[in-house]
Design a protein around this ligand. Structure first.
Ligand code: FRU
Length: 535
């Protein structure tokens, strides 16, 4: 079937056919359903003819495709934007008594070199939309004015819009009491990584989490107030590649955003995390949820495709907050939204021949790999080729670690012909301990383009006194994501492609783990199979 093909991720959203880029219009409806719209060309495998496609989910993993929600009809392409419920009919666009089914969509209309902000409304809870008759609601006669993200600001009882003057590298804030008449409030510009074009700004109030590793970082007891996070996409310059997401922690008073400092903070150290957007409708003292597009404008129109006839995948949904971490720095905490238990599946219980531990019978395979190499068969039927699974590497009992100590984990996912490698190294330099996480796709043989074989790494200061380290790797056919220490700082998101030959020969089926620890400490690996959401 169309969702079983070789490059189709099994626990990530991708459209049935056609080309997808940015997530759009994320909101949660009255019955708790997560709505996802997306930039969509239903007719071709490259960008153009932009619509808002639509899918819904109860748990952020099992998605049900819906009819296209907003289509171009001679009035301009439907570019990126957001959605929010208008239960109190502040817009005056809804019939009396429709209440909880009132949904507003805010999008950029792109027509003949002009970009304006437009509104559409849905009286049926987000399935069908009518364009507002007097669009546009914001027009600066600009060719590069786009991506409105709108939310209700409780303290000032106003709607707030963040929108990008893309080429001017300006994020503009507007306020409104009805979403139709918008007044300019302030501008924010040239912060952190400067870049050349700004797109898809999001401003969101997030929980501030206590520092330190805990299994459930977003538990109530670990939340200590809120702060604001301004997230935006920017077209950067080499060596970063083209498309990156940046975040800036700060405060917001209803009209002005103020950054806490001038640090540069990218959300990802891979090349496939862009145009991320947050869901509307989650209270600010709970983890906020965002989802990125897992591609890059530098090469998105060249991404390998297979018989399924689709191009474009979103990254995992990420539960997100801020924290003061080691060194007193504000850091984003962001990790996969918890997997529903229905997603877990047993790994193939048959151990490989050179594996000393032969009793793998439970869903989560755990083993200690200190100063050793271990092999795990990941050919979990029926998810071939390439299972979806999580790999969690944990180092514990590190309390007596001395400066100069060294620890090294490596994972290699292989078939006979190809391999994907990654790992984590804890070492030290003059400033103290440094954690480095890396990913090497050069052993993937199918595609010579360096876009899909580039090597990435990310280094960050690591508290020498901490007692544990965690590296979470989620592998899903053609995409891999790496998260550190329960979600501290940037993730690593990368697409990867096996050759068609390797896929036909059975694909990748073995996970090899190794670790070397000098001094005290254990490394444990937990491998958990994930079931396809499409079967
Ligand atoms: C970001 C973006 C947006 C625009 C959309 C068009 O990836 O360039 O700025 O609205 O894609 O599809």
């Amino acid at each position: 079937d169309n969702y079983g093909s070789a490059y189709r991720p099994q626990i990530h959203w991708s459209p049935p056919v056609g080309f997808m880029n940015d997530p759009n219009g994320l909101f949660i409806d009255a019955s708790g359903i997560w709505h996802l719209y997306f930039q969509y060309n239903p007719a071709e495998l490259s960008v153009g003819n932009q619509h808002w496609g639509h899918a819904i989910s109860q748990d952020l993993y099992h998605w049900v495709p819906q009819k296209n929600a907003i289509s171009p009809e001679g009035d301009g392409l439907i570019f990126s934007g957001s959605a929010a419920r208008d239960v109190n009919n502040t817009s005056g666009l809804f019939p009396v008594g429709n209440g909880s089914n009132n949904v507003l969509a805010f999008y950029t209309s792109a027509l003949s070199g002009l970009q304006t902000q437009d509104v559409a409304y849905s009286t049926d809870g987000g399935y069908t939309f009518t364009k507002y008759a007097k669009n546009p609601v914001l027009n600066y006669h600009s060719p590069d004015f786009r991506d409105p993200k709108v939310f209700w600001h409780r303290e000032t009882s106003k709607w707030v819009m963040t929108v990008a003057f893309a080429v001017d590298r300006l994020i503009a804030f507007f306020t409104s009491s009805d979403t139709i008449d918008w007044a300019p409030a302030s501008n924010f510009s040239l912060a952190g990584e400067i870049g050349v074009i700004y797109e898809c700004p999001n401003l969101v109030e997030v929980p501030v989490l206590k520092d330190g590793y805990t299994e459930d970082k977003f538990a109530r007891s670990n939340i200590d107030g809120t702060a604001w996070l301004l997230l935006f996409s920017l077209v950067a310059v080499a060596p970063l590649g083209d498309s990156v997401n940046q975040y800036i922690p700060g405060s917001f008073n209803g009209t002005h955003f103020e950054a806490f400092d001038e640090e540069i903070r990218l959300t990802d150290w891979g090349q496939d995390n862009y145009a991320a957007q947050f869901w509307d409708g989650i209270p600010p003292d709970q983890g906020q949820v965002m989802i990125p597009w897992a591609s890059n404008w530098q090469y998105t129109n060249d991404v390998p495709t297979d018989v399924a006839g689709f191009r474009g995948v979103l990254g995992l949904p990420r539960i997100t907050g801020l924290a003061h971490t080691y060194g007193g720095k504000w850091t984003m905490i962001s990790r996969p939204y918890p997997f529903p238990s229905s997603l877990f599946t047993n790994l193939d219980p048959s151990p490989s021949s050179n594996d000393s531990n032969s009793s793998i019978t439970v869903a989560a395979t755990t083993r200690v790999i200190t100063n050793a190499t271990s092999h795990v068969d990941i050919s979990t039927a029926p998810a071939l080729p390439v299972s979806a699974f999580t790999l969690k590497l944990k180092a514990a009992s590190l309390s007596n670690r001395t400066l100069g100590g060294n620890m090294n984990f490596t994972f290699t996912i292989t078939s006979t012909a190809e391999s994907l490698r990654g790992g984590y190294v804890l070492g030290c330099n003059d400033n103290g301990n440094v954690g480095t996480v890396w990913l090497d796709r050069s052993g993937m043989k199918g595609y010579s383009s360096t876009h899909f074989t580039a090597h990435f790494s990310h280094s960050y200061p690591q508290d020498p006194n901490r007692s544990s380290i965690e590296v979470l790797v989620v592998v899903d056919r053609a995409i891999i994501e790496v998260f550190l220490d329960g979600g501290v700082g940037a993730s690593g998101t990368a697409v990867w492609f096996q050759s068609h030959e390797a896929v036909l020969a059975g694909g990748i089926d073995l996970l090899q783990l190794s670790s070397r620890v000098e001094g005290e400490g254990d490394v444990q690996a937990e491998i958990q199979g994930l079931k396809s959401v499409w079967t």
